[in-house]
Design a protein around this ligand. Structure first.
Ligand SMILES: Cc1ncc(COP(=O)(O)O)c(C=O)c1O
Length: 372
């Protein structure tokens, strides 16, 4: 069944799966043990740390492993409670792991400025500059959006943060494999990652923490992950994340761009009135958000599913329910247009034939040819 929902999650890469299984079955030692089993497991973790660091141009001292993108984001945000600088700046199109967490943090005295984005989903560095207050301690702005693919001007925002002595965090969960990441060029202090978005397993992630940035743990107990994340490490998952990160750093962006171009061309030819959302100039390759004149996305999803074609409406990250997307709302789509929007996210193994099949199927459905 052709799969076009890679922004929700990716299938695990076969080499990554082999490594995961090998470590799970043969290398089961506790990495804190001093005997040979333990040392082997420790070696796996430290190799993965080097691989993840190399993939983003960081030092391995700057990587810790977490339980995924949501946890990495939470670790950064809850740390505001330890600081006297209680004001946080973010955008209206962040993932719920940022926006909902910040909502909770308001109960603990954290103040939040949520910046709007333009019709393409970009936040302006000038708006960020205007939002800075004397007690702003953190700016958190995602590198690329999971619903419309818009890439934010991190370098400029990071420079602003640096000038003003403010920590800068970015949720880069959607980026590995699609766009190179060099943390030093982006002026970020912290960056969140999740293995299942780049052909690794679910439930394991990483957080880049620039040397010199001090954090407190969310999960307290043993001293694992430099005292930042207690609990016996998920060694198979971490080893798998490392290999997945190394492979993702080689990138698939050309293939994804080619698939996307073919798809957009076919749809533009066959569906009068189709609109593409996002920023054509600053865009994750392979992610297409489209609004059709008819029918609604719930009907499209069911019809495509009947044809064994897996796509998503808006964001499929959380509940599985089709509800209006806050991202589409923030870029100015009406409630009605919101309900006629689909997200297609291609992956490294999609083929041009699959893209044609999908474009043809969507074209037919939009022309009113529905199955009963
Ligand atoms: C941008 C973004 N941030 C965070 C997450 C959460 O990551 P995880 O599923 O690893 O918790 C996701 C997807 O689920 C995402 O797309």
């Amino acid at each position: 069944m052709p799969y076009f929902d890679h922004s929700a999650t990716t299938p695990i890469d076969p080499d990554v799966l082999n490594l995961l299984q090998k470590v799970q079955t043969e290398e089961f030692g506790n990495p804190s043990s001093t005997h040979a089993y333990g040392r082997k497991a420790r070696h796996r973790i430290e190799t993965a740390r080097k691989q993840m660091a190399a993939a983003i141009g960081a030092s391995s001292l700057e990587i810790i492993f977490t339980g995924g993108g949501s946890e990495s984001n939470n670790l950064v945000l809850w740390n505001r409670l330890y600081s006297s600088k209680k004001h946080v700046i973010t955008t209206a199109i962040e993932h719920p792991a940022i926006l909902t967490t910040l909502k909770h943090l308001k109960n603990f005295g954290i103040r939040v400025t949520v910046l709007p984005v333009d019709r393409r989903g970009r936040v302006s560095p000038e708006e960020v500059a205007r939002a800075i207050e004397s007690d702003t301690g953190l700016i958190t702005i995602m590198m690329a959006n999971n619903e419309i693919g818009t890439i934010q001007p991190l370098r400029e925002i990071g420079a602003l943060a640096k000038e003003n002595g403010i920590l800068f965090h970015s949720d880069a969960v959607q980026v590995p494999g699609k766009q190179p990441i060099r943390v030093a060029d982006l002026n970020v202090d912290m960056m969140s990652f999740s293995a299942h978005k780049f052909y690794g397993p679910k439930g394991v992630g990483a957080l880049y923490i620039r040397q010199g940035v001090k954090l407190n743990p969310l999960i307290i107990g043993g001293g694992q992950e430099r005292r930042l994340r207690a609990g016996t490490e998920n060694v198979p998952g971490i080893a798998a994340l490392g290999l997945a990160a190394e492979k993702a750093a080689r990138g698939h962006s050309d293939h994804l761009s080619d698939l996307e171009t073919q798809f957009r061309t076919l749809l533009t030819e066959t569906i009068p009135g189709i609109k593409f959302n996002g920023d054509p100039d600053h865009h994750l390759p392979g992610l297409v958000s489209l609004t059709v004149p008819n029918p609604t996305s719930d009907i499209l999803l069911i019809q495509l599913d009947l044809q064994e074609l897996a796509v998503s409406s808006g964001s499929a990250c959380s509940s599985g329910a089709v509800k209006p997307s806050h991202v589409l709302q923030a870029i100015g789509l009406s409630a009605a247009a919101n309900q006629r929007t689909l997200r297609i996210s291609f992956g490294k193994d999609n083929t041009f034939d699959e893209v044609s099949l999908l474009a043809h199927a969507i074209g037919q459905l939009c022309a009113g040819n529905l199955a009963n």
